[in-house]
Design a protein around this ligand. Structure first.
Ligand code: BGC
Length: 463
């Protein structure tokens, strides 16, 4: 297939000269527990806030839940076979906290066994496990005790992670404390479209602070183990924001949106302070953020080993007097994925440069990047997802260009290994390079997986 001949508007401009990734670059793929595992009530697991949320009427498209999802819990061996066939170097997955601690102080070895078995299977096939400790599925018992609004939750998280390090630490070299604290706090507690479904800025900001605090506590807990090869970091979803015009108002709106989505997380973790303009702005809306107490920012900014970046799209905004946060998104006119997200590989390049210049020289990983499209299964059971191939290709080109300019980026995790429960969209959006038939649980390798396999094998994007 020659994707260069297709008339895509979003080709990466100013591509890299280098046409091969060097040996040692990690090509991986990712999933998350609630999105793929299923087995919601097996092996001693109790509910998480996502079980509760998805079972609340009207919260998830078509009332879909993660009860069965991709049944990865039972099918992990054959799924690892597929990972092996694709040839990925690493598999990023998350741990379901309520499998490990079904209630507050009750450790469940059976829950841990699932992850031990999965890790063994991966290691046998020479695939490096990369673990996310929190991908949004707070145990319901913790939510019932106040959830992330309760500062103690950061310490419950520390206890859970410490147990995970004790049990799995020798076998896993890449650890991610949190996946996208922006979504876990603001999307779930301010916008209300993710669990637990609240719509309150004050509590969402409190949640964000306690998530970040727990990140720092867990990095410190991890260091105590002195794992020789273990590396730990956090994954932030970062969305470059562009102004609709050069007007002062639109530029202000852009700064606020950037503060809201990006700086509120980057600054505390990498600079040890919250952005002053955002503190003033938020305090003007919700009053004093009195739960940020002396010493917290030192903990939050405890040195990590890498920064994980999830990148999907950019946003373009204008000033909006009517909105609480004074900005609103506008259509930037670029081609979009099935999520309605603009395809902008140049913004990924700009983002990486910005991180390196303004924030850190730590190694970076793209811990998620990928796209949903309306995949069609042909009669002979093929999925010609050329749009997805092109999406991945132009983003990998942006990454190549960054590396070529001296950027320290060590790996790329394609989202996602297989189609899965796409949060409030249920099963209606497909991000996988492997198709899942939810009726039969059959997996079908999409063309994008075949293409990715060749990229991994050759290091080259031209195949
Ligand atoms: C999340 C994934 C999600 C993906 C696509 C990221 O925000 O980490 O869980 O499926 O984006 O929406």
């Amino acid at each position: 297939m020659d994707i260069n001949e297709l008339p895509f508007k979003h080709a990466f401009i100013g591509g890299a000269k280098m046409n091969k990734f060097k040996n040692g670059f990690i090509f991986g793929t990712a999933t998350a527990a609630y999105q793929v595992e299923g087995a919601f009530n097996e092996g001693g697991r109790t509910s998480s806030i996502w079980d509760t949320f998805s079972k609340t009427k009207g919260k998830v498209f078509m009332g879909d839940t993660g009860d069965i999802a991709c049944d990865h819990y039972h099918r992990f061996k054959s799924d690892v076979e597929i990972l092996k066939a694709i040839g990925v170097n690493s598999y990023r997955f998350s741990i379901s906290w309520s499998r490990i601690f079904p209630s507050k102080d009750e450790y469940n070895p059976e829950g841990m066994k699932f992850y031990k078995d999965l890790i063994n299977e991966l290691k046998e096939k020479n695939i490096t496990p990369a673990i996310t400790l929190y991908h949004w599925d707070l145990p319901q018992w913790a939510e019932d005790l106040g959830g992330w609004e309760n500062r103690d939750c950061a310490y419950w998280f520390q206890d859970y992670c410490t147990k995970v390090f004790e049990e799995l630490g020798q076998d896993v070299s890449l650890w991610i404390t949190h996946n996208e604290p922006f979504c876990a706090s603001l999307v779930g507690n301010y916008m209300g479209v993710h669990a637990p479904g609240n719509k309150d800025l004050k509590s969402a900001l409190m949640v964000s602070h306690h998530l970040l605090l727990s990140h720092g506590l867990v990095v410190r807990a991890f260091r105590k183990f002195k794992f020789v090869n273990g590396k730990i970091g956090v994954t932030l979803n970062l969305t470059p924001v562009y102004a609709a015009s050069n007007s002062e108002e639109d530029i202000l709106a852009t700064k606020i949106n950037d503060g809201f989505s990006n700086r509120w997380f980057l600054d505390p973790v990498l600079k040890g302070s919250y952005p002053k303009d955002m503190i003033l702005f938020y305090e003007g809306i919700v009053g004093k953020l009195e739960y940020i107490v002396p010493g917290d920012l030192e903990i939050i900014s405890t040195e990590m080993d890498f920064l994980g970046v999830n990148y999907y799209s950019r946003s373009k905004v204008e000033y909006s007097a009517d909105s609480e946060l004074k900005f609103q998104g506008i259509d930037g006119g670029e081609e979009k994925t099935a999520m309605g997200w603009e395809i902008c590989p140049n913004s990924l390049y700009e983002l990486l440069i910005r991180i390196q210049e303004e924030y850190t020289k730590l190694p970076l990983y793209i811990t998620e990047n990928g796209a949903a499209f309306n995949d069609k299964v042909t009669e002979d059971k093929k999925i010609h997802d050329i749009d997805r191939i092109n999406y991945i290709k132009v983003h990998l080109q942006a990454i190549q260009k960054f590396i070529e300019g001296g950027g320290n980026l060590k790996g790329y995790y394609l989202w996602s290994f297989m189609d899965n429960f796409e949060w409030s969209y249920g099963y209606s959006k497909r991000f996988g390079m492997v198709y899942v038939n939810y009726e039969t649980q059959e997996r079908i390798i999409k063309d994008s997986a075949i293409w990715y396999k060749n990229v991994i094998k050759t290091g080259s994007l031209d195949n």
